[in-house]
Design a protein around this ligand. Structure first.
Ligand SMILES: Cc1cc2nc3c(=O)[nH]c(=O)nc-3n(C[C@H](O)[C@H](O)[C@H](O)COP(=O)(O)OP(=O)(O)OC[C@H]3O[C@@H](n4cnc5c(N)ncnc54)[C@H](O)[C@@H]3O)c2cc1C
Length: 491
């Protein structure tokens, strides 16, 4: 058997997180092998964030045009999916070709290998017949795949995951969506706005169940107004397909549609990574990491595979910590010398996704590597209205025994909400720790709910005292000014 080849770092999985780590370490002068079995960039640019947000942009343009009738005369809207599909094909994904991303990585000095990587004993990664020995570290950024529930009959049907839904060129007339989480709702609203008759089937008693119940109610009402049928508390027991129609059976109920989209969550596939060869338990849902993303000696993980939040901004945030930590380790291993020879890795990769995420963490001297802190983790569901949330929900905070205060205000009762009129559904909800006098969670639902959220993220992240939040100036008449109203309601 060939001797393992010695390199500095091997990154397995070049999705958002892995590509960022690999690119920045290569730029810093380390010898980096990046291994990707599918497309460099991962889920986000090809089947996730970017194309889905292009779909949403188009669907929202239709919805806004329909609001002309209420506000500014009349408009006739004739939806056409062709420009959306074309934009996704040509602008977002280059027809699902990652050559530009591969070139971006190799242009930074990285070495690219197409294939599946797995751990092969301590410090080693195997890709087919090739084995690499990593001097400074191995990074696992292998992400997740759709988690398809074990529903009787489902596996034998030609159901869609997010891949087929994003790649669709011609819309079906009817669509059943299993799963009323963020992805299910975003796609349901898009397709409904383009004229598809959509039914969302959710097993829990409300959609968007991880967020505040008020957010679930607003999102459900908005989708229903777009013609989406929402069925909650429905457990799919059996799925069948007769060649043209899917049927989802639940008790004596049956739901039928031309297409079935399954978006019931995502799962890491740890069993494929050779974790047993380094003494790490592969029979868990995600790879547990510490606050510097260590999995085990010489092994780091980044992104969705860590289970800390399935968001591109989490992958980018973690990547900046991993880069700083590996450079710190390399510096120590090399007796204090900067492996890059330039003492700087600031700047980072600026690829399609990096340009969206833009995380930067500067590795400092030993002991100053930043540590992950998820208290102010923001999340946005890009329905219309958008549902933005940060930190704890009221229920989570109460569950932790915190002395909770809640402030709530409807967006329509703010000046801007009232002016906005058509499409002004939404609210601000604040969750405060009364003993500490700070916000520990917040939800912002509205036409710009995700943007309004930014002020609340700063407040939670920096633990800004409520007294200061109450005595700052909020521009009139903005949507974010409703935060001041919600602060007044805190009790
Ligand atoms: C429809 C949809 C919409 C989304 N919208 C948003 C959004 O608006 N905002 C947001 O923040 N997030 C969004 N996300 C989530 C976001 O896409 C993920 O959080 C992000 O892609 C995670 O990046 P990652 O690097 O951890 O994993 P991934 O992007 O999944 O990349 C992992 C890569 O590893 C590769 N791989 C796996 N195993 C191996 C192996 N053994 N060897 C070699 N390669 C391997 C895979 O092929 C893949 O390319 C969305 C997701 C979906 C599905």
């Amino acid at each position: 058997m060939a001797e393992p080849e010695l390199v500095d770092v091997v990154v397995v999985g070049l999705g958002v997180g892995g590509e960022e780590v690999a690119g920045r370490l290569a730029e810093a002068g380390l010898t980096v092998v990046g291994v990707e079995r599918d497309l460099v960039g991962g889920e986000c640019p090809y089947w996730g964030c970017i194309p889905s947000k292009m779909m949403i942009r188009a669907a929202n343009a239709l919805a806004e045009a329909r609001r002309v009738n209420e506000l500014a005369g009349s408009a006739q809207v004739l939806p056409d999916w062709a420009p959306v599909a074309k934009r996704i094909r040509e602008e977002a994904t280059d027809t699902w070709n990652d050559q530009a991303a591969v070139d971006r990585f190799t242009g930074k000095g990285g070495r690219f290998l197409r294939g599946s990587g797995r751990l092969d004993g301590p410090g080693q990664v195997r890709v087919g017949e090739q084995v690499f020995r990593a001097r400074h570290g191995i990074v696992l950024g292998t992400g997740t795949r759709p988690s398809v529930p074990p529903i009787d009959g489902l596996a034998d049907t030609p159901y869609w995951t997010n891949h087929e839904a994003i790649e669709v060129e011609e819309l079906p007339e009817t669509l059943l969506i299993l799963g009323g989480g963020a992805i299910g709702l975003e796609l349901a609203q898009v397709f409904a706005r383009f004229g598809v008759r959509v039914t969302v089937v959710e097993a829990l008693d409300r959609v968007l169940a991880v967020e505040e119940p008020e957010a679930s109610a607003v999102a459900a009402a908005a989708l229903r107004a777009d013609g989406v049928e929402i069925r909650t508390g429905v457990k799919a027991e059996r799925v069948s397909h007769d060649g043209s129609t899917f049927t989802v059976h639940s008790g004596d109920q049956e739901y039928r549609a031309e297409r079935l989209l399954v978006v019931t969550g995502r799962r890491a596939h740890l069993d494929e990574l050779g974790l047993e060869t380094v003494g790490v338990d592969a029979v868990q849902r995600y790879l547990p990491v510490d606050d510097r993303m260590h999995v085990a000696d010489g092994i780091w993980a980044v992104g969705d595979v860590t289970g800390e939040g399935a968001f591109t901004h989490i992958a980018m945030y973690q990547a900046s910590i991993v880069v700083a930590d590996i450079l710190d380790h390399a510096r120590h291993a090399d007796g204090g010398a900067d492996p890059s020879g330039t003492a700087s890795v600031v700047g980072g990769a600026m690829g399609a996704v990096s340009a969206v995420g833009g995380a930067t963490a500067t590795p400092g001297p030993a002991g100053t590597v930043p540590r992950a802190d998820y208290r102010a983790l923001p999340r946005v569901t890009f329905t219309d209205p958008e549902v933005g949330a940060v930190g704890l929900t009221e229920e989570q905070a109460r569950g932790r025994g915190i002395n909770v205060q809640v402030g709530f205000t409807q967006l329509s009762s703010s000046a801007r909400g009232w002016i906005h009129k058509a499409g002004n559904e939404g609210f601000i909800k604040l969750v405060a720790d009364a003993d500490q006098g700070v916000l520990i969670g917040a939800t912002s639902v509205g036409p710009a709910g995700g943007e309004v959220l930014s002020a609340l993220v700063v407040a939670v992240h920096a633990a800004v005292p409520l007294s200061q939040l109450r005595h700052m100036i909020y521009a009139y008449p903005t949507f974010h000014r409703a935060i001041e109203d919600a602060l007044r309601e805190l009790s």
